[in-house]
Write a protein that binds this ligand. Structure first.
Ligand SMILES: NC(=O)C1=CN([C@@H]2O[C@H](COP(=O)(O)OP(=O)(O)OC[C@H]3O[C@@H](n4cnc5c(N)ncnc54)[C@H](OP(=O)(O)O)[C@@H]3O)[C@@H](O)[C@H]2O)[C@@H](O)CC1
Ligand SMILES: Nc1ncnc2c1ncn2[C@@H]1O[C@H](COP(=O)(O)OP(=O)(O)O)[C@@H](O)[C@H]1O
Ligand SMILES: [K+]
Length: 462
């Protein structure tokens, strides 16, 4: 996993104070990382338009113009006059070289957005909105310097933002690049070193971006003397919408649980390898409950929730007060944003709209897991936030391939399967979430066509 930071100003400050690096050195490395990236990846391209604002994000762009001068046909466009000390210094340097400064926006092969970076501190004015709109309409390769202009430090987009293909971010990865809203704009994210190796530049953090290597698949090869019970017995509680529980059960079986039973009073038409019971199995090693629950018998659900068995809770139960009785336990919750808003309200943490939540996902996820430190929260979305106590992990591998009914049930099944096989809650949540999104990534048919069973088939091949 890679470290994530809410801000890097303090990290830059440490470079000046502890390592005697100057702002000029840091900026030279920032610009030079962008120059190398462009030269390595776009050898065949000719023209580059660099669009600058008045602060140091603009200064990065002016320095980039100097570094690529003569290697490409470079033009600088100024949204506003160079104001910061560094941008004036950089401007002085390019003026001496004779870099072209233009007042027209044209479709260069590459556009580099250096209008606003971490200093965006107020809503965009109309002229900035119009500028970004025009840039977005151009059919160029689009690179954002540090962060696409229009995204603020919290990862919010108040009006519009630059739609980049690549964001080259300075020093370290920031949480603002991993909100659901930002995902529409950031493209591929690269990190530029600022004159120090990343491990030296970075300090401690409690937030991490998950990588493929963080997925630990159930390993059977070390368990030779095994039988089905070795790999756990999952009980999935089916409710009114029985399909949800059945999807979860199938996903769980495909992900390694030795036995999977669906608990339901009505007779179900299940595949032969999935069992049905009317009550919890004596030997069950994990429970999945909530998906498709609908109307239920309160006493029966209370009884199930009171069991001392690893448990994942999903969907309809986030609207029920019953859930308050188990939030002190080591359980996993997998709400989507609407369900999480309902849960926050039930817990008296906040009464907020989905928009407010989506604008502050990290904040509310942490508020919740700080209040309930034994719970592992999997807050679903374009970038899934997994949090326990004060630790936060982000899974950014998902895509709209997953925007289909039933995708969440597959995720619940995968998590439940790992719980049944003995994973700790946080490990089950991380590995299953990665398996879920990487399976979707591996799906090769048309984006729109995925059904839950396709996802399970891809999970089997990971
Ligand atoms: N620190 C370092 O060592 C390194 C920093 N680096 C780079 O510096 C960047 C941060 O630079 P920064 O702090 O100068 O801020 P930046 O993003 O250029 O914007 C500030 C300017 O924009 C203006 N402005 C703001 N909002 C506005 C609005 N809505 N509409 C209109 N104007 C608005 C604001 O105006 P003011 O608030 O003064 O009115 C000010 O003039 C960072 O992202 C990275 O690229 C790298 O080189 C690595 C080393
Ligand atoms: N655009 C997207 N990008 C990434 N992941 C997505 C996207 N849309 C949906 N997902 C994922 O798909 C799943 C949907 O879950 P949910 O809404 O609970 O579905 P359901 O209840 O119908 O099974 C979540 O894991 C979510 O993170
Ligand atoms: K920018």
């Amino acid at each position: 996993m890679k470290k994530l930071f809410d801000e890097v100003n303090s990290l830059d400050k440490r470079c000046y104070e502890e390592f005697a690096l100057s702002e000029d050195i840091l900026m030279e490395h920032a610009a030079s990382s962008m120059a190398s990236y462009i030269q390595e990846n776009y050898k065949d391209k000719k023209s580059i338009l660099i669009v600058c604002g008045s602060g140091n994000n603009g200064a990065d762009g002016i320095a980039l113009a100097r570094l690529l001068f003569k290697a490409y046909d470079i033009s600088l466009y100024f949204y506003s006059k160079a104001k910061s000390q560094m941008s004036q210094l950089q401007l002085n340097r390019v003026n001496k070289l004779g870099v072209n400064i233009t007042d027209s926006l044209y479709e260069a092969d590459i556009i580099v957005d250096c209008i606003f970076g971490s200093g965006l501190n107020k809503p965009l004015k109309t002229d900035a909105i119009e500028l970004i709109e025009k840039l977005n309409d151009l059919n160029s390769i689009k690179i954002a310097c540090d962060i696409p202009s229009g995204i603020n430090k919290k990862g919010q987009v108040l009006s519009i933002a630059f739609e980049s293909d690549i964001t080259i971010t300075m020093g370290a990865l920031k949480t603002s690049l991993f909100t659901d809203v930002a995902k529409e704009y950031v493209g591929d994210i690269k990190v530029a070193n600022l004159g120090l190796q990343r491990e030296v530049y970075e300090t401690q953090t409690n937030k991490y971006l998950l990588e493929k290597e963080d997925m630990i698949l159930p390993l059977r090869t070390k368990k030779h003397n095994s039988h089905k019970g070795t790999f756990g017995h999952l009980n999935v509680i089916a409710g009114c919408k029985k399909g949800a529980g059945v999807i979860a059960a199938k996903a769980a079986f495909g992900f390694g649980a030795g036995l999977v039973s669906v608990v339901c009073h009505e007779e179900l038409d299940l595949p032969y390898h999935i069992m049905q019971t009317h009550f919890l199995s004596e030997n069950c090693t994990a429970i999945a409950i909530g998906m498709g629950l609908g109307k239920y018998d309160k006493k029966e659900i209370e009884d199930i929730l009171s069991k001392d068995v690893p448990m994942i809770i999903d969907a309809d139960l986030f609207y029920e007060e019953l859930i308050l009785d188990v939030l002190h336990k080591d359980i996993i919750l997998t709400p989507h944003p609407k369900e999480f808003c309902a849960l926050l309200k039930l817990c008296n943490i906040a009464d907020i709209s989905i928009i407010e939540l989506q604008d502050n996902r990290f904040y509310y996820a942490s508020l919740f897991t700080n209040k309930y430190p034994n719970v592992t929260l999997v807050l679903k979305g374009a970038n899934v936030i997994i949090s326990k106590a004060n630790q936060v992990f982000v899974n950014s591998f998902g895509s709209s391939v997953l925007s289909k009914g039933g995708s969440g049930d597959v995720l619940s099944g995968l998590i439940a399967s790992l719980l049944a096989q003995g994973y700790k809650s946080i490990d089950a949540a991380i590995s299953a979430s990665l398996a879920h999104t990487l399976a979707a990534k591996a799906y090769k048919k048309n984006d729109y066509s995925l059904i839950p069973s396709d996802l399970v088939e891809e999970v089997k091949k990971l």
